[in-house]
Design a protein around this ligand. Sequence first.
Ligand code: CO8
Length: 259
Amino acid sequence: SNGKILVEMDEATGVAVMKMKSPPVNSLNLDFLTEFSISLEKLEIDRSCRGLILTSAVSKIFSAGLDITEMSGKSNEHYAAFWRAVQEMWLKLYGSNMVTIAAINGSSPAGGCLMALCCDYRIMADNPKFAIGLNETQLGIVAPFWFKDTMINTIGNRATELSLQLGQMYPAPEALKFGLVDKLVPEDKVQSAAAAAMSQWLSVPDHARQLTKSMMRKPAIDRLVKQREADINNFVSFISKDSIQKSLQIYMDRLKQKK
Ligand code: CO8
């Protein structure tokens, strides 16, 4: 491990806390995603681990989403490997048998929002400076069907249609109203609130909860599993287009200029 993912396992409670630590913004590059999936897999097969709290060790940021530099100026082989790693992260996290709780202690755009949506329950720091949402259209790119499915399964069709088309980022209070997060707590209470919610979730018998979770999520997971290669090909041909590369470049330049 090169240490982008810190895992603290509490044997007494059976709860692991996974802290994303890839400054400055926890962007999801190939290394990060690979380490994330390996760490998750280890916890998944550890029978003493029943719950996972996903949070950030970077102040003010949960995750800035996919690393834009992984999607620009690279070879098609690289884009394919990157996208496979993004799929893997989603398949593992959305399909986890553990209780997963996102402790969202900062901004969480795009892929960061997706990670949070993959969890069973979301607690966010009550700070209007922190925003969450799937803002892909703002970058001139299109969230794939499984991002869309994940959002629909959380906030419903109409709210997803609005959010996705507009590429809307919601400050924490709005995110709560939209159902994008389940609870807001003061910033210094995010971890303790996540631990409290976890003990409620863990009071339900695992087998019943797991089968119920699977019943809710399996159709979306199966849809990607069936079309995994096609989805990769689709991503590679989309992202390698000159017009898309240009949009991403403009977005990155704007991001750098805003300071
Ligand atoms: N990828 C790469 N670099 C990034 C990213 C990112 N996602 N986000 C920020 N950075 C860089 C910045 O450019 C900056 O670099 P530098 O220091 O060299 O100038 C550094 O990280 C710090 O960023 P900021 O100064 O902006 O930090 P702030 O604390 O002011 O803001 C934010 C943090 C709110 C996270 C802000 O950086 C931001 O809004 N970032 C953009 C987030 C974003 O739009 N992500 C979308 C990625 S796309 C995605 O996840 C899903 C794509 C789906 C695929 C579609 C199929 C085609």
